[in-house]
Ligand binder design. Structure first.
Ligand code: ACO
Length: 703
């Protein structure tokens, strides 16, 4: 990352507004006005050949007429003038361009936009945009945008792919009392992209959490890499997943891989927390910008109302941190701060009689207990209590413990007084929300962050004995014959070059050859049609199993050919696979797609003929660690089947996890060759007995 250039772009010491206007209501006027109103202390240089001064700032005909150095130029000239202005900015030695102007790739002018980047980069400049609202930074008093004002102050920073939404969020920060330090509009992402901004915000001393509104990432691999290294929490709201739909595909995996699932997995692998909706993005950003991660599962709810306690309990379970009863000594101690009819189990119901002291004392004494990993304080506004007093007691109690490594979230249910008290809490570093459900959802985000960080830190699986040349030879042969789909046998040999356990198989072109191969492999045998025109072999009567002698081979050879001809008269038949019949095992599927955003991605799920109906599959962007492969085995609904149900012995999950890693490494190593692939079914045997890939498919990338 070129820190100096990005600093110049995002926290400029001086800024020119090229296309500044003296006419109120024009964007070029609003930007100058915003810089003034935000009390920006750097140099402001409006550029407009027709004006002497704008809003008290001296105006220059060209940026080249300004003597002082300029870090960033905000462009508000119409699109047709942008290339020439970029040249002038480059000659001036500007570091970065914030191009507000629309009318580039978003209207199909991709080449024009590429040319802008080429031009800017040739001068060493970076472009944010085009088609942006601008950049807003509280810590720099910098409103370099046409959004109305700087956001309510906070310590998270948001990058938004939607300009309009950024403007809406800006105003909403005041309504919600949840602020940001920076709002950055990323626009068309022609040059500066999500990965650049994540990396830069991770270095920004005024940002404690990074919040993203994402419609589509272009640099998926880099986003994963920089996010893994980031030291601050990252929260993303991904929109537009339904529009992408499933990838049009010729394989099982392709039809099962939806953008949403891959994004979800990629974010988890990157250590990025997901938000459900816009409110949730605010709420989770707030909690992650103020509180430490939740290191364990023991949360305590302290409340003055049974109702909110129950709501909190339900929410805890819903968000994956179910409540447990507090240990006896915690309960005994807490009984001191409640009447007889209170409850010290968890939730701790101090009852409606609870005032400042009971809140303070119960919080102080329980928060210190080693069993408690995190605390959720709930309060319903009563006539006998002052919400601000309760808020202050909560803060004081936590301060009195001196504990900084355990998180606290709060919810006050009430009116204006509660609203004010919650704002006070937020200003004092304690996230507070109007609904108990949200206090638990945000506590769960702190738990997710703790767990996801560990997952993101895993080292990719390493493997030896790869025979890459052998795999490439098979692929090149298919290409030389004009084929993009490998035959089953070819695909298996490619798998085998990456140490995947395959069933022995060879192609026979005559009945005699079939007999000879079958004898070599040994009975029982499976026979399968090899035809580029038959995708689902069973449907065409092209698969025969459990053949035990020469007579069976001969009969089935003829029958398969007959069936396939009847199914599709002009099907091109390349032969019949004679394959070792692997004993029955639990059927799973491994698959891969070369995702446009994240690159090679592995799918794992329950296999067999129901895979496309049940869609019980999970994805991970390759490569990944053995731990992540083990996690994939637990992520599917059918996970108990692998663990062994109804007297079945547990399956060899360890070998399966290892095989998934090898598969992942293969699709990364051959990412320029393989478009999609399947190993379906993979037969998984009892612990210690491994597994076998019984069928394989590889579709090559078009070259
Ligand atoms: N150098 C300096 N000034 C120049 C130059 C130049 N080379 N060329 C033109 N100008 C001046 C113009 O004379 C004018 O100043 P004036 O008011 O004194 O005459 C000023 O630059 C602006 O030019 P106009 O032709 O008046 O253009 P206008 O202000 O109508 O529109 C704009 C320009 C805002 C960049 C427009 O083309 C545009 O792209 N609008 C959309 C921007 C947007 O919405 N971006 C965010 C998308 S996200 C979202 O949807 C919220």
């Amino acid at each position: 990352m070129d820190l100096e250039v990005l600093n110049g772009l995002l926290t400029p010491k001086s800024v020119a507004i090229v296309g500044a206007s003296a006419t109120p209501g024009k964007i070029g006027h609003t930007v100058v006005q915003n810089l003034k109103e935000s009390k920006y202390t750097g140099g402001v240089y409006p550029i407009n050949p027709g004006a002497e001064e704008i809003l008290g700032y001296k105006c220059y005909p060209s940026i080249l007429d300004v003597k002082d150095p300029i870090d960033a130029a905000i462009l508000t000239v119409p699109a047709k003038f942008v290339p020439q202005v970029i040249d002038e900015c480059g000659q001036k030695g500007v570091k970065g361009l914030l191009i507000i102007t629309s009318g580039f790739s978003e209207v199909g002018l991709f080449d024009l936009e590429k040319d802008l980047v080429k031009k800017a980069n040739s001068y060493g400049m970076r472009i944010l945009g085009p088609n942006i609202v601008g950049v807003l930074s509280n810590s720099d008093n910098f409103n370099g945008s046409f959004a109305p004002f700087l956001p309510f102050k906070g310590s998270g920073s948001l990058v938004s792919q939607s300009g309009a939404l950024l403007i809406g969020i800006d105003a909403a920060t005041y309504m919600k009392g949840i602020g940001f330090d920076k709002l950055i509009s990323i626009g068309n992402m022609s040059d500066v992209n999500f990965a650049d901004l994540i990396e830069w915000l991770d270095h920004d001393p005024n940002t404690s959490a990074i919040s993203l509104y994402v419609e589509g990432i272009r640099d998926g691999r880099r986003v994963i890499d920089v996010s893994r290294k980031a030291t601050k929490p990252i929260i993303a709201l991904k929109a537009g997943v339904s529009a992408h739909g499933a990838v049009a595909a010729a394989s099982h995996t392709g039809s099962l891989a939806g953008a949403e699932k891959i994004y979800k997995s990629a974010f988890a692998q990157a250590g990025i927390i997901q938000a459900e909706d816009l409110d949730n993005l605010f709420d989770r950003t707030l909690v992650l910008s103020l509180q430490p991660p939740l290191k364990g599962d023991n949360i305590l709810i302290i409340t003055n109302g049974g109702g909110v306690g129950v709501l909190g309990t339900d929410a805890a379970e819903k968000y994956g941190i179910p409540l447990k009863f507090a240990p006896d000594d915690v309960q005994e101690n807490l009984k001191k701060y409640m009447p007889d009819f209170g409850s010290a189990k968890n939730p701790i119901d101090l009852t409606g009689m609870a005032g400042n002291d009971w809140y303070h004392d119960s919080i102080k004494s329980s928060f210190e207990h080693p069993w408690v990993d995190g605390l959720v304080v709930l309060y319903c506004e009563t006539a006998m209590t002052d919400p601000l007093g309760i808020a202050k007691s909560i803060k004081l109690a936590i301060e009195d413990t001196g504990i900084k490594h355990k998180p606290v979230t709060v919810s006050f249910v009430g009116g204006e007084r509660s609203e004010k008290a919650m704002r006070w809490l937020v200003e004092n570093g304690i996230p507070a929300y109007a609904a108990p459900d949200v206090a638990l959802n945000t506590m769960a985000a702190l738990r997710e962050y703790e767990l996801i960080r560990k997952e993101a830190n895993n080292e990719p699986f390493k493997m030896e004995n790869v025979r890459r040349e052998e795999a490439l030879k098979i692929i090149n042969k298919a290409r030389s014959e004009g084929r993009e789909a490998l035959t089953e046998v070819e695909a298996k040999h490619v798998f085998s070059a990456y140490d995947l356990p395959i069933t022995k198989s060879q192609v026979a072109s005559t009945e005699e050859e079939a007999v000879r191969i079958a004898k070599e492999i040994g009975f029982p045998i499976v026979m399968k049609i090899v035809s580029p025109d038959i995708l689902h072999k069973s449907d065409a009567g092209g698969v025969k199993v459990d053949i035990n002698d020469e007579k069976g081979i001969r009969e089935n050879y003829l029958e398969i050919i007959k069936n396939v001809k009847a199914f599709k008269a002009d099907a091109k038949i390349l032969g019949i696979v004679i394959q070792e019949m692997a004993p029955w095992g639990t059927e799973v599927i491994l698959g891969s797609v070369n995702d446009a955003t994240f690159g090679p991605t592995v799918m794992f799920g329950l296999g067999g003929i129901f895979v496309e109906v049940l869609k019980d599959v999970t994805f991970k962007v390759a490569p990944f660690s053995i731990n992540q492969a083990r996690k994939m085995l637990e992520e599917i609904k059918a996970a108990p089947i692998l663990a062994g149900i109804r007297g079945e012995k547990p399956r060899d999950k360890e070998k399966l996890a290892e095989t998934i890693c090898k598969y992942a490494n293969m699709i990364v190593d051959l990412k320029d060759e393989i478009s999609e692939s399947d190993a379906n079914p993979v037969l998984v045997y009892e612990v210690g007995q491994g597994l076998k890939v019984a069928d394989a498919r590889i579709i090559l990338k078009q070259k």
